[in-house]
Design a protein around this ligand. Structure first.
Ligand code: SAM
Length: 302
């Protein structure tokens, strides 16, 4: 497409992302075409180590970031129509979600973990594919979504999970400390456009500002729930730097005991917008509609 056809909001996003004209055209085309979704499945704890899904999968050997026990169906396959899906042997999700969990590759197995924004359960499943903490809390503030979360966790047989519905500020005063906290934050969801899902206003500054404010609040509460030496994995499915790099910069500036952690398998995706390690994936990478992730580590006590 030609950039002269782009809207002001599309061009503003690309300019904030400092994209070249070529990459800006790719992103705007992807947001308009809405065909960048890419499905993936993650095996549940119920599936044996040598289990193979009952559908054809693509060769993913070149994606070093791909989490363990994740398969990518070839185009046209529908993983959710098989009996193994109903039996909870695997969970179906977007490939971008899998990419967002890649920083867990550098997190040692946690004793305890909290998925603060957990429904419908994708990130908890991805974590359970790597390690099963002695205690995992899957938390969701929205009651209806919490019901879906509970059903998914049960169906996939994830052990040692407590499903809760506290707000982040309630967790902050709860006193429990976790080794790992997942903050897959609510966001403006700009990547939904690339999946063909309508999302009016998602490129507008008002929607972005509102989400950035909420994300900062969630993280200011989250840092109070993590033990010394523990980690927070922050992720979103939106592109705007105000909800991503700038949220991270805000936390790092205010919380000197926290540092952003380098993730070697994501080196090709490192954001050039800031000087600390954080990662963004755009639709033209060919791995789904895109997302952002950043791993934070709390210093150990002296
Ligand atoms: C991106 S979704 C989480 C997706 C989930 N982690 C997964 O992988 O399946 C964000 C979730 O945050 C919840 N949420 C909305 N506002 C919130 C808030 N103020 N604090 C915490 N969670 C919130 C939403 O209900 C939604 O379920």
């Amino acid at each position: 497409m030609s950039l002269s056809d782009a809207s002001k909001a599309e061009l503003r996003l690309c300019s904030r992302l400092q994209l070249s004209d070529e990459h800006a055209a790719c992103l705007i085309s992807a947001m308009r075409a809405g065909v960048s979704a890419r499905s993936a499945v993650v095996l549940s704890p119920l599936a044996a180590a040598d289990y193979k899904p009952p559908f054809a999968c693509v060769d993913t050997s070149e994606w070093s970031w791909l989490p363990p026990r994740v398969f990518v169906p070839v185009e046209g396959e529908r993983p959710t129509v098989h009996a193994d899906y109903a039996a909870g042997l695997y969970y179906s999700l977007d490939l971008s979600s899998c990419w967002e969990s890649a920083p867990l590759s550098v997190v040692p197995p946690p004793g305890s973990s909290l998925d603060l924004c957990a429904a419908p359960g994708g990130k908890s499943m991805l974590m359970a594919a790597r390690y099963l903490p002695r205690q995992h809390v899957a938390n969701e503030v929205n009651a209806q979504r919490r019901g879906i979360l509970r059903k998914n966790i049960q169906q996939c047989g994830v052990p040692n999970v407590e499903v809760t519905g506290l707000r982040p500020d309630q967790w902050a005063t709860d006193g429990r400390l976790f080794d790992l906290l997942l903050a897959d934050a609510p966001c403006s969801g700009q990547s939904l456009l690339c999946k063909g899902i309508r999302n009016p206003g998602c490129l507008g500054q008002q929607m972005v500002n509102g989400n950035a404010k909420r994300q900062k609040g969630i993280l200011l509460a989250a840092v109070q729930c993590v033990a010394p030496g523990g980690h927070i994995l922050y992720s979103t499915c939106t592109y705007d730097p105000d909800e991503n790099e700038k949220v991270m910069a805000y936390i790092l500036k205010r919380m000197p005991e926290w540092q952003a952690v380098e993730v070697p398998v994501l080196a090709d995706f490192r954001s050039a917008l800031v000087d600390f390690p954080c990662y963004r994936m755009l639709p033209h990478h060919g791995c789904g509609a895109g997302g952002f992730c950043c791993l934070l580590r709390r210093a150990t006590e002296k």
